[in-house]
Design a protein around this ligand. Structure first.
Ligand code: ADP
Ligand code: ZN
Length: 526
């Protein structure tokens, strides 16, 4: 509880130095804070670690009344309030994890004017409206404001109610903040929150100390181990996996290799989860193997690498997750391994998943943008920043800048692959997945090939000039380029409208050469 009797401050700079002990504002913090203090609405787009919190915390101390922060991160409210109280700021939260008595005590403090800041879960807003009417409100801060966008990757229906803030309290300034927003998400955010007159602050999203690398998946765990041992021995890192099972498998495997790795996913016992998180935060050199449930709001400055063993579903997600590396500004690595199975699996998950056609279309567009980033021969950072509407030049600190990929004319291999699929489709019997297609092309002698009589296809063995691994890479690249698609629940590979031009010899296909798997990794392929 409060060290100082009150934390209210005369000026923003006084609050910064006295309460936080910092000397100067960073980037556009000072202008943003001045705007809010003057009662203007603002929209703040700033990357993770950029210093968004101070933008609403300081005006809450300078303006009369209580600063109300709407945040979807209920699990973090307790820690955030604790941290503020340590600084002498009178803060509290209201969310659905509290008992009625606990909530009532907070309400009393608010009404008595004893709170500088109140954190509020969005679902509490409808019931809290009367309460907020009765107390002087300094400002509304809408944290993670991209959650209001249905186009975005993180939509929360509760956020749609937030438009009431501007209608019911027109004189209270609002500030919407997010670390991730494309032009579409930004426009939807401003529209839905009614922030047309707000001043919009966009900081650069560049994180120059993060080296972005995206590699074809060969033996992902062995590839990861090499990075840990060769580049970041004994350092803290986060390894993201798609499933709980692979989280546990990967953590156990890394432990067996002598790495201080811990698992984290929503299915773990809550106490174990909390204990693992504490070890990651407090000790040096812990590698957290986790689903994307881990990391929101985690502020650990010296995370040296973030690795993805599975393909993220969107560029926004990828950017947010990799952004947890290197908050201290020191050189850090963002490494992602992805392979054919990732593409097939994600396309299937979209096809079989819940939601209407519009939702599936959105998911497909998000995945396509992610795949374009994976397959690009241009600077990764340039493409990443362009996705968030920022122009830049090649960075010199990503894999494509450091070792420019060579591309080759892949029209003939593409034609071989496409015509094999056309022939199979003409048989009208059964459709096949990627593995079987590659078997036909390289002329493999498998049980399935023989029973299906596929050794008698005209295209059987026409691709034996290339190894199977390269064919898998070609299938993956054609999927990413929209020249192939995945159909149905069995991951059947089919041609698309765009492939006709390739088959007709009217369209060239550019493919990128991929580094051969090191001998060690080749034995156990994906
Ligand atoms: P974000 O919410 O944008 O991810 P935070 O608000 O958590 O970022 O800030 C990231 C870190 O930078 C925090 O540790 C914060 O205390 C620190 N910080 C923010 N602004 C300043 C400043 N003006 N001077 C020094 N440190 C700052
Ligand atoms: Zn680059």
């Amino acid at each position: 509880p409060g060290i100082a009797a009150t934390a209210k401050a005369a000026t923003p700079l006084e609050a910064l130095t006295r309460v936080w002990g910092y000397d100067a504002f960073r980037g556009e913090q000072a202008q943003i804070i001045d705007d809010i203090v003057a009662g203007r609405d603002t929209v703040v787009l700033m990357p993770t670690g950029g210093g968004k919190s101070l933008c609403y915390q300081i005006p809450s101390l300078v303006r009369e009344g209580t600063g109300v922060v709407i945040s979807p991160l209920i699990a973090l409210m307790h820690d955030q309030v604790d941290a503020l109280e340590q600084l002498g700021v009178r803060a509290a939260y209201l969310n659905s994890t509290q008992s009625i008595d606990e909530r009532r005590a907070v309400e009393q403090r608010l009404l008595a004017g004893e709170l500088d800041m109140l954190y509020l879960a969005p679902e509490r807003l409808p019931v809290a409206q009367g309460l907020l009417d009765a107390a002087p409100i300094a400002l509304f801060a809408i944290d993670e404001a991209h959650c209001v966008s249905q186009w975005g990757h993180d939509f929360r229906p509760d956020y749609l109610q937030l438009q009431v803030l501007g209608e019911r309290w027109p004189d209270v300034p609002r500030v919407a903040l997010t670390a991730t927003a494309t032009a579409e998400t930004r426009a939807e955010m401003i529209e839905r929150l009614g922030l047309h007159d707000a001043r919009v602050y966009v900081s650069s999203f560049d994180r120059p100390n993060i080296q972005y690398r995206i590699a074809p998946k060969q033996d992902a765990k062995a590839q990861l181990l090499r990075i840990i041992r060769d580049e970041h021995p004994g350092a803290a890192g986060i390894v993201y996996c798609l499933s709980r099972k692979s989280v546990e498998g990967t953590a156990a495997w890394l432990q067996a290799q002598g790495i201080d790795a811990l698992p984290y996913h929503a299915g773990l016992d809550a106490r174990l989860r909390a204990a693992n998180q504490q070890r990651f935060l407090r000790e040096d050199g812990v590698v957290m193997v986790a689903t994307i449930a881990f990391g929101m709001g985690i502020d650990k400055p010296d995370v040296r690498f973030v690795a993805h063993l599975d393909l993220p579903k969107s560029v926004e997600g990828y950017y947010q997750e990799t952004g947890r590396a290197g908050r201290d500004g020191e050189p850090s690595t963002a490494w992602l391994a992805y392979g054919l199975q990732d593409v097939v699996q994600q396309r299937r998950m979209i096809a079989d998943g819940e939601g209407d056609a519009q939702r599936k279309r959105n998911q497909t567009l998000h995945l396509d943008a992610m795949l374009a980033l994976c397959e690009t021969v241009e600077c990764r950072r340039q493409q990443l920043l362009a996705y968030f509407g920022e122009q830049s030049t090649p960075c010199g600190n990503c894999d494509t800048c450091l070792t420019p990929p060579e591309s080759y004319d892949g029209t003939v291999p593409a034609q071989k692959l496409l015509s094999t699929i056309v022939r199979l489709q003409r048989e009208r019997r059964q459709a096949f997945g990627a593995g079987h297609l590659v078997d036909i092309l390289v002329g493999a002698d498998t049980e399935r090939i023989r029973t299906q009589g596929h050794d008698r296809l005209a295209t059987y063995g026409i691709g034996s000039d290339l190894p199977a691994a390269q064919w898998r890479g070609i299938v993956r690249q054609l999927l990413a380029q929209g020249l192939l698609k995945v159909q149905g629940e069995y991951g059947v590979i089919a041609i698309t409208d765009a492939s006709a031009a390739v088959l007709a010899g009217e369209r060239e296909v550019r493919l990128r050469h991929e580094a051969k798997a090191p001998a060690k990794a080749q034995r156990r392929s994906e």
